[in-house]
Design a binder for this molecule. Sequence first.
Ligand code: FE2
Length: 143
Amino acid sequence: MPARAPQLPLGVAEMDEDHARLEAMMEAAALVVESDLAAALAAVQRELAAHFVREETLLAEAGFPALGCHVAQHRRLLELAAEAMATSAARPAELRGFLADVLPGLVAGHIASIDRVSAEFLNGRISGAMFGSLRAAGQGAAS
Ligand SMILES: [Fe+2]
């Protein structure tokens, strides 16, 4: 059980517990002394990657129709974290800003969008057929 609730509970225990843990980690990481910032970001990166694997497994097992899109967003978040690590190692103020504001904002946006849709699917409130309808409507609009 997490020590606290996530900022945006989605009603899927595995996701909510991971999100609460990540949010706590990012908050704590942003407060460490300067010399520990890179290690704190590395720990957040590892937890983020492990969470993404768990979430992708859950969604793959459930047959989530937009898994490819969701996985692509996970990859992009990991790339951004790696870029921050690579470019900000010698700039602690930037690294702290990334941990305190940028990454939490990106993660919150991800949770509020594709994670939310994914949780609705896992909870049976959006069906695979609805995704098919949306895809067909999108293709019609594009032509
Ligand atoms: Fe996700």
